[in-house]
Design a protein around this ligand. Structure first.
Ligand code: SF4
Length: 375
């Protein structure tokens, strides 16, 4: 069986080249052909020696994902649905802005964390993506958009691991993909422009800080453990105090001097003034009053029928943001993009082949306990 070279970061490709009896330095040329030029045909890699190309043809391939649908929004947002076999699909979203092009990448087929407000979480979990399947999303999007623009300039300047899945629960596949994104012979993205978003897998936050410290976003969504237990079930394993301590440790390695907290605004659940005050207390009183350097990103909830949840009114979101800002916390409200193509995570992919019985579990726990924020 041929090996898909998208599976390797540069170090992995060097080892693969050696296994074919080639010199390690050949890998660098090959890596540039694949990632910088988007080439998949070994015969067109003109500066590779002919015997090396023949070996590659025999043992390797460069194979992206099979796109089953592409949706383009009026605002320029593009959403690809890629087949990953067994009737499963994953989503990748490109969001163009004046000063940047951001690609939102999936890391798993479905997700096992099961956050209450997340369409992907309600579909359950099928499997982890391979490194090749993770990096193929960037490889395909970057080179397709570049070809369409008719220019050879980079289109994607930022990557966020915020698509389907919990990236830190697929760490061994994630790490080579991140290294390929950052590698000067690959995509050459700055650490500040690659963001891993996690629901709070504490031990792996520490690993990421050691192995590949990129920007970190944490899905917080609640200021207290009782409320967060109901919204992000992983909180039962890694409660808020442990999570914030891990964030503090991460800051020692992070390319930015703050952690971004994502906060999905749910009407009547976590959007009241008392919740904002509890959040302020949580982050300012952390570490014996030293506080945690952070920024909040408030996300308007994208309703879907099975959630039983409702989006907070815009005025409520604005007041919540102001309350945080008045406490000195930088706070932004995420603009909704691609509304006309259901660009929110998990809304296009349809049901994944769930191996975790998420639907049954979630049906049993339809109610979120609205506990007092002071408890
Ligand atoms: S919000 Fe993220 S971690 Fe939570 S269920 Fe959705 S994909 Fe998984």
């Amino acid at each position: 069986m041929k090996t898909n070279l998208l599976e390797f970061d540069l170090l992995g490709l060097q080892t693969f080249c050696e296994s074919l009896g080639e010199k390690r330095f050949r890998a660098q040329q090959l890596f540039r052909w694949i990632h910088q030029r988007g080439e998949s045909d070994f015969d067109r890699m003109s500066d590779l020696a002919l015997p090396f190309r023949a070996l590659l043809l025999q043992h390797a391939k460069v194979e992206g994902l099979d796109p089953v649908a592409t949706h383009k929004s009026k605002d320029g947002t593009i959403k690809w649905l890629f087949s990953v076999g067994e009737n499963n699909a994953i989503e990748t979203v490109f969001i163009p802005e004046d000063d940047r092009g951001t690609l939102c990448i999936s890391s798993q087929v479905g997700c096992a964390v099961g956050c209450r407000f997340c369409s992907t979480g309600h579909q359950g979990f099928s499997r982890n993506l391979t490194t090749a399947e993770i990096i193929a999303q960037l490889w395909m999007a970057e080179h397709q958009l570049r070809r369409q623009s008719g220019q050879n300039a980079r289109v994607i300047s930022n990557v966020v691991m915020m698509g389907m899945g919990e990236p830190l629960q697929n760490y061994s596949a994630l790490l080579p993909a991140l290294k390929t994104m950052l590698d000067d012979h690959g995509y050459g993205l700055s650490r500040r422009r690659v963001t891993v978003s996690t629901s709070g897998v504490v031990p792996m936050i520490d690993r990421l800080g050691q192995d590949c410290p990129v920007a970190l976003a944490v899905s917080l969504h609640a200021p207290t453990d009782p409320l967060r237990n109901g919204l992000v079930p992983l909180n039962l394993k890694y409660p808020l105090t442990e999570l914030l301590q891990a964030c503090s440790r991460y800051l020692a390695h992070a390319p930015r001097d703050f952690i971004t907290f994502e906060y999905c605004m749910l009407a009547g659940v976590n959007d009241q003034a008392a919740h904002a005050q509890a959040l302020i207390d949580l982050v300012t009183q952390h570490a014996q009053g030293k506080g945690l350097s952070c920024k909040f990103n408030l996300i308007p909830f994208n309703p879907f029928p099975a959630s039983g949840l409702v989006r907070s009114e815009p005025g409520v979101v604005q007041r919540f943001a102001q309350q945080l800002q008045q406490a000195g916390i930088v706070t932004t409200v995420r603009k909704t993009r691609g509304d006309d193509i259901d660009a929110a995570c998990g809304q296009l992919a349809g049901d994944v082949v769930d191996r975790t019985h998420a639907v049954e579990r979630m049906t049993k726990h339809r109610t979120i306990d609205l506990v007092s924020v002071s408890s």
